[in-house]
Design a protein around this ligand. Structure first.
Ligand SMILES: CC(C)(COP(=O)(O)OP(=O)(O)OC[C@H]1O[C@@H](n2cnc3c(N)ncnc32)[C@H](O)[C@@H]1OP(=O)(O)O)[C@@H](O)C(=O)NCCC(=O)NCCS
Length: 165
């Protein structure tokens, strides 16, 4: 397991670094909801990215916790924990990592760290959803020993934080 990967709570300073790595090393659709207009990292798309994180995580009443994924001292992606309204003590996890840092074990460390953060916050179950072609996410979840539910193009899993360590 890599020891150079850390999660840092997002702040304005880290947000600028996060936008830089997203624009340089990821597709907008991998890191944020779709934005109307031309594809790619347009000015509108960059503004929407900042607004997305400010409104959800940096506002006076945040709806989720977001962390910058840092390798050494370099921001390489983001991880989020979104409390679910309809399920008690449950969160949904979201992760993206810049292309040039994928496939080298960062995601595995991030998922373990997210589980620890959620557990420390009193969360009992973590939900994850991905697409059928996202092998890396499915392997990360399968490594936790949880069942993956496949429905069409969507694959979901629940991680019991009381059991999985
Ligand atoms: C999904 C993601 C977070 C995984 O992080 P990562 O750092 O690339 O993953 P790791 O290097 O820790 O690898 C995890 C597992 O997936 C496998 N894997 C990694 N990339 C893979 C690829 N492109 N194809 C197939 N398997 C892959 C690894 O071999 C490893 O499996 P193993 O432990 O059984 O050997 C990252 O690839 C990413 O950000 N992708 C784009 C955004 C995204 O899909 N986010 C998740 C949406 S639900």
């Amino acid at each position: 397991m890599r020891s150079d990967v850390t999660l840092r709570p997002l702040d304005e300073n880290l947000l600028q670094g996060l936008l830089d790595v997203a624009a340089a090393d990821a597709n907008p659709l991998e890191v944020m909801p779709p934005v109307d207009g031309p594809a790619g990292w347009t000015t509108e798309c960059r503004t929407a990215f900042l607004q997305f994180h400010r409104s959800r995580s940096l506002s006076a009443e945040p709806v989720e916790s977001t962390y910058a994924i840092v390798v050494g001292e370099t921001v390489v992606g983001a991880a989020r924990l979104f409390p679910l309204k309809d399920v008690e003590h449950a969160v949904e996890a979201g992760v993206w990592i810049g292309r040039s840092h994928r496939g080298s074990g960062v995601g595995g460390v991030v998922l373990r760290d997210l589980l620890d953060l959620a557990r420390a916050d009193g969360v009992e179950r973590l939900f994850a959803s991905t697409t059928a072609d996202n092998t890396a996410t499915q392997r990360l979840l399968a490594a936790l020993g949880v069942d993956l539910l496949r429905e069409g193009d969507v694959v979901t899993a629940w991680v019991d934080l009381v059991d999985v360590r």
